[in-house]
Ligand binder design. Structure first.
Ligand code: MTE
Ligand code: MO
Length: 168
């Protein structure tokens, strides 16, 4: 019985990961097929219950010509909790993947998974849901804050979708 459960779980995992097709490479190289590639795109749940179990961080953020006292969750933690990014040092099968963050205004920002991996780029990127003690209302429900950016051009407001995509 136990062996049957294990083999069903293994078959499920294989069916989720078994995308071994050769991808087109714009540089003209024929990339070898790599077993164990994750599906693409992966849609990341953003609703409050999906964020509720994650560690919350205080994050100062510019807005209204001053510094707001905001709070939210780390983008890497959200991606890891949803299974869209492994909770382990990334290797070749994940380093050609990027995170596409979309606002309902149509504006978009991308990050590579390698930029976010705590063992690689380790870039602190947060998804804020409150500033100065209140929800973001018209600017929300979520806003990006990229710590270390010298201007807030990637601080996307009004985020309504995040997907993880393998580069074509
Ligand atoms: N949804 C959305 N967010 C966005 C932008 C945008 O065009 N759409 N512009 C960005 C840019 S270029 C800047 S400089 C900041 C401006 O934020 P502020 O209005 O709080 O100064 O928002 C960023 N977030
Ligand atoms: Mo800007």
């Amino acid at each position: 019985m136990r062996a049957a459960v294990v083999s069903i779980a293994a078959a499920l995992a294989m069916s989720l990961l078994a995308d071994t097709a050769c991808a087109y490479d714009p540089a003209g190289h024929q990339r070898a097929s790599v077993p164990g590639r994750a599906p693409s795109p992966i849609s990341v749940p953003l609703d409050a219950p999906s964020r509720a179990t994650l560690q919350r961080h205080p994050v100062p953020a510019p807005g209204d010509g001053r510094t707001l006292q905001c709070e939210g969750v780390a983008l890497s933690a959200l991606l890891q909790a949803s299974g869209a990014m492994p909770d382990a040092p990334l290797d070749a099968v994940h380093l050609d993947r990027y995170v596409l963050v979309t606002a309902r205004t149509g504006d978009r920002v991308v990050f590579s998974l390698g930029e976010l991996d705590p063992t690689l780029g380790n870039r602190p990127v947060y998804l804020l849901d409150r500033c100065d003690g209140a929800p973001l209302d018209d600017d929300g429900p979520l806003r990006l804050l990229v710590v270390g950016d010298t201007r807030p051009a990637r601080s996307l407001y009004r985020i309504d979708a995040i997907t993880v995509v393998a580069a074509p």
